[in-house]
Design a binder for this molecule. Structure first.
Ligand SMILES: [Zn+2]
Length: 293
């Protein structure tokens, strides 16, 4: 857990050694090319399960987006994020949670466990109500929202969960400001996005020019989009300066967290960012945040 690039760099030697050790363990698990099944314990299912990944035998496998649990279908990044969220936020079943997605297996999992959760997509999409979730709960939970201009009142949620959405938002600073605004004092955000751990600075891959036209500074990279086959353009590969942007939005206790566990099905070098809206106005002032309601 690090709150700055300097702290991370100071530990760099031991981090690199740990990476090497873990790579060897991962290589041993893969065995030969093909569909690989690995027994372990799924935090989201609360029981032993099997994680699966397809390996071509040559390139490094995508541990982050694959290695799905055979029971809940959630990949490494989402299972790890759920565990971090529950450990940090200690939520109750009625806790108010805002997730920046709903057309995903993750949101179905969330709504089954937290009936007061709200999810949003940028464009509305009609989906069949998942089995076991009451129609009314599903209809109430799913919203169409622009994360740079949320329609929720201020201090509405105990937690904000945003997984691999921020890199698709050209004005991501505005989105961080909105996440801050809708959180209750003391509320936490758990966020994942492409993060280059060796980079102090964010890489800008694309931007919007004055005429509203997308300008590609690097070859366009599209990520899977649950509501569109075209995929979603990635504007940023974030670096450590993203932590400063959280602080500028008013957050405190901004931490970059890395985790790895073969038993829990978290191979690769997994990463997430956590931060908290200060509990009191005095603390908000100290951290430089602006209070907006
Ligand atoms: Zn599972």
């Amino acid at each position: 857990m690090y709150d700055s690039f300097a702290g991370y760099e100071a530990d760099r030697q031991s981090i690199d050694e740990r990476h090497k050790e873990r790579s060897l363990k991962q290589r041993a698990v893969l065995g030969s090319a093909g569909d690989v099944r690995v027994a372990g314990h799924c935090y989201c299912c609360g029981r032993d399960s099997v994680f699966t990944i397809h390996w071509d035998g040559k390139t490094s496998p995508n541990w982050r987006e694959e290695f799905k649990c055979e029971r809940c279908g959630l990949n490494t990044r989402l299972r790890g994020s759920v565990q971090a969220f529950e450990k940090l936020c200690k939520p109750w079943p009625r806790t108010r949670i805002y997730a920046t997605e709903y057309a995903t297996p993750f949101f179905e999992w969330l709504l089954r466990h937290y009936p007061n959760a709200t999810g949003s997509e940028f464009s509305g999409i009609q989906l069949p109500v998942p089995e076991g979730i009451p129609d009314e709960r599903w209809a109430r939970a799913c919203r169409t929202e622009n994360v740079t201009a949320l329609s929720f009142p201020g201090q509405e949620f105990d937690a904000v969960l945003s997984f691999d959405v921020l890199e698709h938002v050209p004005d991501y600073r505005k989105a961080l400001g909105e996440f801050f605004r809708v959180l209750k004092p003391g509320g936490r955000i758990v966020l994942t996005a492409p993060f280059i751990e060796h980079n102090p600075q964010t890489i800008i891959r694309a931007r919007i020019d004055q005429d509203g036209v997308i300008e590609h500074l690097l070859p366009p990279e599209y990520h899977g989009d649950p509501i569109s086959d075209a995929g979603c353009l990635c504007y940023y590969h974030f670096g450590w300066d993203l932590l400063d942007e959280f602080s500028a939005a008013g957050f405190e206790d901004v931490q970059s967290r890395f985790y790895w566990s073969m038993r829990l099905g978290y191979p690769g070098n997994q990463h997430l960012i956590t931060a908290r809206r200060p509990r009191s106005r005095a603390a908000e002032k100290l951290s430089g945040g602006t209070i907006r309601r």
